[in-house]
Design a binder for this molecule. Structure first.
Ligand code: NAD
Length: 411
């Protein structure tokens, strides 16, 4: 099953609970605008390459549309559509005044030079600047993009519309970024993991955690949970995994990756394993924090973790989700679990509009407040409706979006 089918299926389950008529469903699953652009770029060796870029603006009933910009070779319009819809439900679940969007370019940034990535980014902005902007659609980092890419985006946008740092979030702190944005998604995954453990009566020191992906989300999640005294026993990146049953030295691994172009390749102080083996390890918490479709009908029966926290977007496909639910495992869904990033992006955007910068402590405290409220609301909805946390989160998000659309007279 593809990502788009999965999000639509999750949408329909919640829409059934809300008894939404077919006409409203059609409106809510249809994107407001979808754009595919051509990106011709001169490469370092003088060759001309042409790439494809996408921006899907899904829904703006609750505010300007918000969503990441992904650079990955497998980016296509269907994937971006699914991710844009997820953003609409995610911003609604955490009650931010935003709608949802997503963008991407089908490139592999690991084989491109910084200059090539900069030219591709600027050309993309040339093509989309007319229908994005601080009151309309605000990108942020996602897989394969970082604060540097956001800085180029802001500078190129400025050439058309004047200085306005609120046009993009996830910028470097010295260029109107928010302290704490870089860590926010992983920190949020960690905060929510601790909340869930508390509800399930488990203690961090007795909790073994396995994390797939050691990029922005995976590494900050590992850092936070290690500090919170969980035992992080395995992590991985696209080249493979590393396992140490008595707990990994997470700070050492973060330092290693930082000095090794972001990868753990060659790390010696743990047992090397494959990404498949990692998913099947004996542990209390499994956190997919890399790619979509990490948990499917092919591997779900081999997964042992009773708790799954979706750091990545769309990591669990519905066939596998049904198995996990039937077996009584707890899945904290992506639209809540990884919402820390968009929450701090919202703080950054609000600060940019006031030309004022909060301290790191304030960012962390407010993040905790927003995520705690969202967690409690989803937990309560699941109890009330006797559903999984995923369906509860969708009911909450879709309910808020459809009420806003109805009040605005759109449906
Ligand atoms: P990233 O590019 O910083 O890191 C991705 C990590 O996944 C890297 O360690 C990479 O080696 C690893 N990886 C890639 N392909 C893999 C594979 N086939 N098997 C195992 N590992 C693989 O990306 P990120 O920003 O950490 O994003 C990870 C996930 O989290 C994505 O699904 C993204 O949509 C989601 N997410 C990110 C943010 C954010 O703020 N960065 C916010 C919300 C959700």
């Amino acid at each position: 099953m593809k990502a788009l089918d999965a999000t639509q299926l999750y949408f329909n389950r919640a829409a059934d609970h809300l008894e939404l008529p077919a006409s409203s469903r059609r409106l809510l699953v249809t994107a407001k605008r979808e754009v595919q652009v051509q990106i011709p770029v001169e490469m370092d060796d003088g060759r001309l390459e042409t790439y494809l870029g996408y921006r899907v603006q899904h829904n703006d009933s609750r505010g300007p549309m918000k969503g990441g910009l992904r650079y990955h070779p497998e980016v296509d319009l269907n994937e971006v559509r699914a991710l844009a819809a997820l953003m609409t439900w995610k911003t609604a679940v955490v009650n931010l005044p935003y709608g949802g969007a997503k963008g991407g370019i089908a490139i592999d940034p690991s084989v491109l030079s910084p200059g090539e990535i900069e030219r591709i980014t600027r050309k993309f902005v040339d093509e989309i600047h007319d229908f994005v902007g601080p009151n309309n659609d605000i990108p942020a980092p996602d897989m394969g993009t970082d604060s540097q890419v956001m800085a180029w985006y802001m500078n190129q946008y400025q050439k058309y519309h004047g200085f306005n740092p609120a046009c993009v979030t996830g910028k470097p702190v010295e260029m109107y970024g928010a302290p704490g944005r870089e860590e926010a998604t992983g920190r949020g995954v960690g905060i929510l993991c601790l909340k869930l453990l508390g509800r399930l009566g488990r203690k961090p020191p007795q909790t073994r955690v396995v994390i797939q992906g050691f990029g922005n989300v995976g590494s900050h999640t590992a850092w936070f949970l290690n500090k919170a005294e969980c035992s992080v026993v395995a992590v991985s990146d696209k080249f493979g995994g590393y396992y140490r049953p008595e707990g990994l030295d997470v700070p050492a691994m973060v330092r290693y990756a930082n000095n090794n172009r972001g990868t753990l390749q060659g790390y010696k102080d743990a047992q090397p394993i494959t990404n498949e083996q990692l998913m099947e390890l004996d542990c209390e918490v499994l956190i997919p924090a890399a790619i979509g479709g990490a948990i499917t009908e092919h591997n779900v029966k081999k997964i042992k973790a009773p708790i799954i926290i979706e750091g990545a977007n769309n990591p669990t496909y519905p066939e596998a989700d049904d198995v996990l639910t039937a077996e009584g495992r707890t899945v904290l869904p992506d639209i809540l679990a990884n919402a820390g990033g968009v929450t701090v992006s919202y703080f950054e955007w609000a600060q940019n509009r006031q030309y004022y910068q909060w301290t790191l402590n304030r960012v962390r405290q407010e993040l905790d407040v927003v995520l705690s409220q969202a967690f409690e609301a989803v937990w309560e909805m699941a109890q009330q409706r006797q559903t999984s946390l995923r369906t509860a989160a969708y009911i909450l998000g879709i309910g808020r979006v459809s009420r806003a659309a109805a009040l605005a007279g759109i449906m």
